[in-house]
Write a protein that binds this ligand. Sequence first.
Ligand code: AMP
Length: 488
Amino acid sequence: MARDIIARLKDQAGTPGRIWLQGDAPVTYADLLAETGRMANALQGLGLVKGDRLLCQVDKCEAVLVLYLACLRAGVVFLPVNPGYTVAETEHFLTDADPALAIFDGARVGEIADKCRKVIGLADFLAMASEVQDAFSDPVPKPDDLAAILYTSGTTGRSKGVMLSRENLASNAEALVGLWRFAAEDVLLHVLPVFHTHGLFVATNCVLYAGASMIFQRSFAPEAVLEALPRSTVMMGVPTFYSRLLADARLTPAACAHVRLFISGSAPLSPATHAEWRGRTGQAILERYGMTETNMITSNPYDGPRKAGTVGLPLPGVAVRIAGPDGLPVAAGEAGAIEVRGPNVFAGYWRMPEQTAKEFRDGWFITGDLGAFDADGYLSILGRVKDLVISGGLNVYPAEVEAAIDDLPGVAASAVIGVPHPDFGEAVVACLVGLVEPEKVREALRERLAAFKIPKRVIVMEDLPRNAMGKVQKAELRRVHAGLFAGG
Ligand code: AMP
C-alpha cells in the first residue's frame, strides 16, 4: 500500500518553512494543512459526512486544490466539473451524482440553485472556512475509500462517473514520483486545468508526495509560461501547449535551461513536435499515457531513450497487455486492445455496475485504446477502438497515418477518421491544419504508406475541433463529414 495522500501532506507540513505554492505570498505546507483543516471543518459544519459527494465547478484557482485535499481529509468525495459546461450540461452531474453540496462561482449560483440539494458560492464558502478553527480530527481513512468521482469527457451519450479510491491516487503518485525523480527542490509549473486527472491528480499529487512546490498559473498563456520557465524545474502539458510554445520565437535552449523535465500526455504528441522541440530546446519531451479510469499507465523513461511516437513502458506495479478480438493476448509486436491491471485502476463507474462489468475482462480493464508493444517493451497508441477505420475490410490505424501526415512540411496538425463509403464500407479521410495542397499530401503519402491507408480525401481546415485537454473531437469530425461520399 502506498502512503495516503493526506499522510504525505502531514509529513510535508512537519518540515518548517517548506513551500507548497510559490509567489509573492508563498504558501507553506503548514499553511496548506491548516487551510484544509478549516475547509474540512466548514464542510462538516454544512452537514457533509463521509461518502457524500461535493460538486465543485469553478474557474481554475488555488482554492480548488485546497478543497480537494479538504475533501480527502473529511472523507467527502470530490467531484470537479469543467467550468466550461453549460447549466444544462452540468445538470447531468447533479442528477447522477446527487451531491450533498455544490460549489460554484458566484454568478452561476442563482442559475442553478434550484437543481441542487445545497449550493454555495466559492467566495462565501471561503469566507465561512476562514472563520472556523484549523484543528481537524481526521477520520481514519481506508485505502479503498472513495476519494473522487471524475466524469469522462464523453461528448455524446451519458458521461460516466469514474470512482477513484485513495489507493488509486496514492499508488500512482508514489510510482510517478519515483519514476520522474520528483524531489523537494522541484518547482512544477502548473498550467493545466484542475477538473481533469492530469492537472488535478498527476500534477498536484506528485508535488505533494515529494514535498515540492508549484508555480500556479490560472490558464495556459505562452507569454506567462516563458516568463516562469526560468524558475521552474518541471512542466506538465498537453501536446497543444508544446506546439503553441514552438510558435513563439522566444522559445530557446536558454529559456528552458532551468527545466529538467518536460512531460506531455492526455493526447498524442506527434513525433514531428517531439523532434522540433528537441531541435529548438535541446530537451526530449517525456511522453506518458493514462486515462481518467486508470490514472497513469505507462511512461517513457527518465534515463534511457524517450522514443517519439511511443508512450513508453508500464509504470512499476502496473500490468499492461494487448488483447486480440477473442480477448486473448496477441503475439509480441502485434496490435490489439490495450488492457490494464493494477492498484491504479478505478473502482468502477458510479451507479453503473453493468457498464463497469462490460469494461473489465478477468480483472483487466479494457481501456478502449488500441496499441502495440515494440521489441524494447515500449507501447505505441494506435487510436481509440471506436476510431479504428476499416476500409475495404482492412484495418487502418489513424495514429499511423497521422504520424506520416504530420511529418510532411507545412502540416501543423492532423486527424484521420473513417467516413461511410458505398464501396469500401469506410473511407480514410484526413483533416489537417497547414499550408498544403490536398493532392500533394496524397501524393507524398504514396511513398510512405500502403495504398489502402492513403486518405481518399484530404480536407484542409483552419482548426481541428478540440476539447479542453487538447484532444481532437473525432466524433464531431465524423458527424460533419458523414455525407462526404454519399451518392457514390
Ligand atoms: P482522459 O480520460 O480524458 O484522460 O482520456 C484518456 C484517453 O486519452 C486515453 O484513453 C487515450 O485515448 C488518450 N491519451 C492519453 N494520453 C495519451 C498519449 N500520450 N498518447 C495518445 N493518447 C493518449
